[in-house]
Structure formats: structure tokens, C-alpha cells
Design a protein around this ligand. Sequence first.
Ligand code: FAD
Ligand code: EPU
Length: 347
Amino acid sequence: MKPDTLNESDYRVTELADLSRRNSFRVPARAQWLIEVGDAGALPEVFGLGAVRRSPLLVLGEGSNVLLTRDWPGAVLSIVARGIRILDARGDNTRVRVEAGENWNDFVHWSLGQGFAGLENLALIPGSVGAAPIQNIGAYGVEVREFIETVEAFDRRTGQVVRLDNAACGFAYRDSLFKRDADRYLVCAVEFLLPRRRELRLDYAGMREELAAMKIDTPNHATVAEAVMRLRTRKLPNPAQIGNAGSFFKNPLVSAAQADTLRSANPALPVWPGDDGQCKLSAAWLVEACGFKGVREGDAGVSERHALVLVNHGAATGAQLWALAQRIIEAVYVRFEVRLEPEPRIA
Ligand code: FAD
Ligand code: EPU
């Protein structure tokens, strides 16, 4: 492949591409080839390229949930197709198709502007629409799986475009079929079912207090989005100011028996109900209890604002951040016998 070649309007190949501005940790890394696909119809041709077929593949959206620990030795593929289209009505809901390259927060605000309800709690989550199903993004008591009807994806194994319904996507907390079988499916578009009316979800800690501070007595979908944005801006460091990928660890799911034992020894540990009768523990609390909140090792550190957020103070490499993450995993395991799992893709 030639450097910086615009092969067709459908896809563009850049050789030895700089990824440092394409990951929210802002760590340095290069890709042997970066392939930006503007039309999913070009994917069979892209996967027909010998270099792509033979080399390791990494799918990249906006890079807000990846930790690049090295130069990527193969192709990094990004679907940049954009577009939001209202398809039809299904009962009280409207079907809306969004191409993978749309920005998630832009779509949330589009939906609210059109008078749709439900996505307000998911405002200001960074990243692309195509990445939203991968870990079933969630915040403030809502997960995106509640609104996804169909995911349209290119299956590398068969070379075909498939349409997976909600059940086939296997969504769970910060998980899906796509995450479990990484890089098999390239999400090309997501079709949502959006209601016009939906009860507000205000039970997440801090929501009602935030609305009260805003002097909102009768909240609506727009003011809830505003409250969520205010909370997020206060709690989480802004990647534009300090490199990070949001929560670095998932909140661990453990059995009710293990949660009870941990709670008896640590009464302040927050525990919430998880999927399938499991209990979800606060990873932030576990990390803070092990003394890591605000630590700094060179330019790799843990945010002073939130114990779950690893930060790049400037010149940290992905490998240094990953080494710090592993020390945290080890320390939490030694003290609590709970093994934290990273949330971002470690590449
Ligand atoms: P990337 O980081 O580029 O990729 C993430 C994963 O998805 C990778 O495994 C990648 O291979 C895969 N992928 C991306 N696009 C595609 C595609 N089209 N097809 C197949 N695979 C693909 N997440 C939450 O759930 N809730 C939050 O509240 C939240 N808050 C955050 C706050 C901050 C400040 C930051 C930096 C991140 C936060 N995140 C949160 C994580 C992140 O926003 C989401 O995971 C988001 O969906 C990532 O989108 P992206 O386009 O940047 O994906
Ligand atoms: N806490 C601490 N120390 C801290 C921060 C929090 O002990 O430094 C404890 C507090 O007890 C607090 C509790 O943890 O009440 C929960 O904190 P928070 O409300 O910030 O939520 P979280 O569990 O840390 C999760 C998601 C976030 C999402 C928020 C809001 C995961 C891994 N993280 O964080 O998602 O925005 O809830 O719903 O589930 C992300 O995935 O990148 C992300 C930011």
C-alpha cells in the first residue's frame, strides 16, 4: 500500500499513521496502516487487500476506550461513515438508523432536539455510535441496550454484512458479543427504537441533588441531560485537558456470598445489584482503599478526582500506564481477593 493514498472515495489508507491524537489517553503510537472507511460497502474490498488479511487488525472509533501500549504492527481500521435517518414507527417507538462514525453525544442531542426521550442519562459519553454497542455504554442508571433494536455489522469470518437483533448482541454490563469476540464484527450502523415518552430515571446517586441545585422542580428530558452533564464535568477529568479513558476498571461482579463477606469486613464498600443475581462492587472504592487515588509514577497516574480514572500527565506511554494498572490490580487482589478487569481495550 502506498503512503497516504486516497484509493477511492470509499476508503483512505495512510501508512505509518500517527495515532497519538486518535486516543484519549494521548499516548504515542503509530499504525502500520490506518484505513478510514467512509462507506461500509467498501469493506469486502478492504479485507481483500493482502496486507489487511495477513496482519493483526484493530478497529478504532474515536479512541476514548483504548490503551495503546505499542505501535500497532498491522491495520487499524476506522469506520467514519456518518448519517442519522428516521426509518419508521414501531408502535409508540420510532426506528432511527445511525451510521457508525457519528459522534455519540451529537446523536444524544439530536434525539432530544427531535423530541425523543430516554438517551438523556447517556449525554456526554465520549466516542462514536459504532462503539456504543461494543461495551453497551451506560451511565446514571441507563444502558444503551435499552434502545438498540438492531446492529448492522460486517462479519470478518464470513465476509458478509449481518443484522443482529438485540438478543443476538448478548448485551450485559460493559459487555456484548462484539467485545467477547473482538474484531470479528465491524459495526457499520446501529438502529435504535426511541420513545416519545419515557419515565425519567432519577435514582442514581446525586441526580436529584443536582436538579435541586439547578432549581429544577419539574425535570424533563432536557434538564436531566443538563444535570448529567454537570455531574460528569465535575466528577471526571476532561480528556482534552488530561489524557484518560474514563473508568479504567469495570465494577467487579461477585456472588452475593462474597459481597456479604466483603461488606462485613468493609461496611463502607458500595455494593449494587448486578446482572443474574450477582452483586456489583465499586471498583473506585477498592482502588482508593488501596491508596492509589491521586498517585503519580512519572507521568502515569490515578486521577485525584476519581480513583477509577488513570491519567496521562503528559508524556506517559501506554506501557507505563498499563504497568501502573497491573500494580493496582495486584494490590486490590492481595487485599480483597477481587480481580479487577480493565474496561478499555488494551492494544
Ligand atoms: P474506541 O475507544 O475507539 O474503541 C472502543 C472499543 O470498541 C475497541 O475495542 C474498538 O475495537 C471497538 N470499536 C470501536 N468502533 C467499532 C466499530 N465500529 N465496530 C467494531 N468495534 C468497534 N463509557 C461508558 O460506558 N460510560 C461512561 O460513562 C463513560 N464515560 C467516559 C468518560 C470519559 C472521560 C472517557 C474518556 C470515556 C468514557 N467511557 C464511558 C468510555 C467510552 O466513552 C466508550 O467506551 C465509547 O463507546 C468509546 O467510543 P470510541 O468511538 O471512542 O471507541
Ligand atoms: N468512589 C470512591 N472513590 C472515588 C470515586 C468514587 O470511593 O474516587 C465510590 C463512591 O462511593 C461513589 C461510587 O464509588 O458513590 C460510585 O462512583 P461513581 O458514581 O462515580 O460511579 P462509578 O461506579 O465509579 C460508573 C461507570 C462510569 C459512569 C458512572 C455513572 C463503570 C466502570 N463506570 O462509575 O462509566 O459514568 O458510573 O453512571 O461502570 C466509564 O465506563 O468509562 C465510565 C466513566
